[in-house]
Design a binder for this molecule. Structure first.
Ligand code: XMP
Length: 521
């Protein structure tokens, strides 16, 4: 049966388009939980929805999700996992520039399935010491390549000898020696290394690790049978990895508007560093600060735009139409929106500024349409429903909190009261600013004693692999799109109808009047 797609006048009175809804609430700033989206007639199955988005020429994501440039969220391991899932990771800048370059290189050189810097042991180590290392780092594996002091492959320590009963033995006594190991030369890895590794494992039953060496027999990485099997299965996945024109994973990195000793923008240093990252294949640079509608950020964006006319630039953060227009005019392709919504942020408490996120997104989206730039909803997202709401106004979302507890986030795992946690801290927290991010908040590292932190240091409960987390989030976004009859993100933005939710309505939205025995599978 054909169903009328004409707006129903009664529905339109209660469930309003963005323009009508936000205009009606112009005196009240709203955020995710303040609203709900109305369902519409749909012929779209969630699994058929498309989530790809182009944020700038040459910067296309297959899912609209970006991991935050925070020192407890995105380094190369996270950026690789994000890109493999179709998203993007922004490598943070709380590290020496040389290290940030190396992190970008790790992402761009990543061969799917090749563990490039595997944990190794040395021939003279004791098994007891290795057991302690496994316990300390919570490694889920116990087979290690053995390398000598010169980095050359000396053998393989099989997991079945890494047992307390052999604690006093040296690795060299129990390892499989080099001469018995099957390896592949790095230069012999073809365009499709996974198929090559797959063939290798099929031809050698019982072997579950393929070691990669260079001409001098130095270890350059390894493939494991379980990874290769997983990748072969994933080849049919709906959301493909996000890659550049040369089939490399995409990677972003953040920079700050660093100042020199005279208080001026450190032009030479910023340009040199961005240039070095571009040489390594960087796909997008993010000029990340707490206050993007400022001279320093504008100058930095303009300078990078002039030097690299084709490089996609993200800049922020802002919460006003004027801020979006300003950064767009300076040359940004995508503008980050969000001041104070983050789970570790205290900007609104400390500085008394910032706008609840949904109102900020609406205001910024109007300016972004005019200026033909993308906007990215940054911070405050705690569940997939928030992402659906954000994507009715923005082109993509950035999150730190959702990913900080994942296996791919940097940082030590700690155990408290029988539960496992990872550190998650605001880039404006005292500890993070001392480690280098002060410029993001307009402070110099030298004057740190007088600075009021705008973020907290916190913990996130361990939340498993990024694949699993993103799988849940993508499922939620696709459900939301199915309810709105949106086949793609453009249609989601057009079809959204909003309604204000009362505190009682919010209570109704979560499980209630039941004893919950299982929150998720
Ligand atoms: P979520 O909600 O994902 O937010 O934890 C991550 C975003 O928060 C911003 N950010 C901060 N904002 N003080 C702030 O006011 C801070 O210390 C801070 N650290 C990060 C940032 O935009 C990030 O993407």
């Amino acid at each position: 049966m054909e169903v009328s797609q004409e707006p129903n006048s009664l529905d339109a009175q209660f469930y309003q388009t963005a323009d009508s809804f936000f205009a009606a609430y112009h005196g009240l700033a709203l955020t995710y939980d303040d609203i709900s989206l109305a369902t519409l007639y749909s012929q779209i199955l969630p699994r058929d929805t498309q989530l790809d988005v182009t944020l700038a020429e040459g910067l296309r994501l297959n899912i609209p999700i970006i991991s935050a440039d925070m020192d407890t969220v995105t380094e190369s391991r996270m950026a690789i996992a994000m890109a493999l899932n179709g998203g993007l990771g922004l490598i943070h800048y709380n590290m020496p520039e040389k290290e940030q370059l190396a992190e970008v290189s790790r992402v761009k050189k990543h061969v799917h399935g090749l563990i490039q810097e595997p944990a190794t042991v040395t021939p003279d180590q004791l098994i007891g010491g290795i057991l302690q290392t496994i316990e300390k780092h919570k490694f889920a594996f116990s087979t290690f390549p053995v390398v000598d002091k010169a980095g050359k492959l000396a053998g393989l320590l099989p997991g079945y000898v890494v047992k307390p009963r052999y604690a006093k033995r040296k690795v060299v006594e129990v390892m499989t020696p080099r001469r018995q190991l099957q390896t592949i030369k790095k230069k012999d890895l073809a365009a499709d290394p996974i198929s090559q590794a797959d063939k290798f494992f099929s031809e050698r039953p019982g072997i579950h690790m393929l070691l990669v060496v260079d001409e001098d027999d130095r270890l350059h990485g390894l493939f494991t049978l379980s990874d290769v099997e997983k990748i072969i299965q994933e080849r049919n996945a709906q959301f493909k990895p996000a890659r550049d024109a040369n089939f490399r994973l995409i990677c972003g990195a953040a920079v700050s508007a660093t100042r020199n000793a005279f208080g001026d923008l450190d032009r030479e240093r910023i340009l040199q560093h961005v240039g070095a990252m571009v040489e390594r294949g960087l796909d997008v640079v993010a000029v990340s600060t707490a206050h993007g509608f400022s001279k320093g950020v504008g100058d930095a964006v303009r300078m990078i735009r002039d030097a690299y006319p084709k490089l996609p630039i993200m800049a922020g953060n802002v919460t006003s139409a004027a801020g979006v227009e300003f950064l767009a005019e300076c040359g940004a392709n995508a503008v980050k929106v969000g001041q104070g919504p983050g789970s570790i942020c205290t900007t609104r408490i400390v500085a008394g500024v910032g706008i609840p996120q949904l109102t900020a997104l609406y205001v910024c989206s109007c300016a972004a349409r005019k200026k033909k730039v993308a906007i990215i909803a940054d911070g405050g997202i705690t569940k997939s429903g928030d992402i659906v709401k954000a994507l009715t106004l923005a082109h993509a979302v950035i999150s730190g909190g959702l990913f900080a507890g994942s296996a791919e986030a940097p940082g030590q795992i700690m155990e408290i009261g029988g539960k496992l946690y990872k550190q998650y801290r605001g880039m404006g927290s005292f500890a993070a600013m001392r480690a280098g991010s002060a410029a993001r908040y307009g402070h110099t590292a030298a004057a740190m004693q007088k600075v009021a932190p705008e973020g907290v240091e916190a913990l996130k409960e361990l939340s498993g692999s990024l694949d699993r987390i993103l799988g849940q989030l993508i499922g939620g976004i696709q459900s939301g799109m199915g309810y709105l009859g949106a086949a793609n993100l453009e249609q989601l933005r057009q079809r959204a109808r909003y309604v204000r939710v009362s505190p009682a309505g919010m209570r109704e939205a979560a499980p209630h009047d039941v004893y919950e025995v299982k929150a998720e599978s």
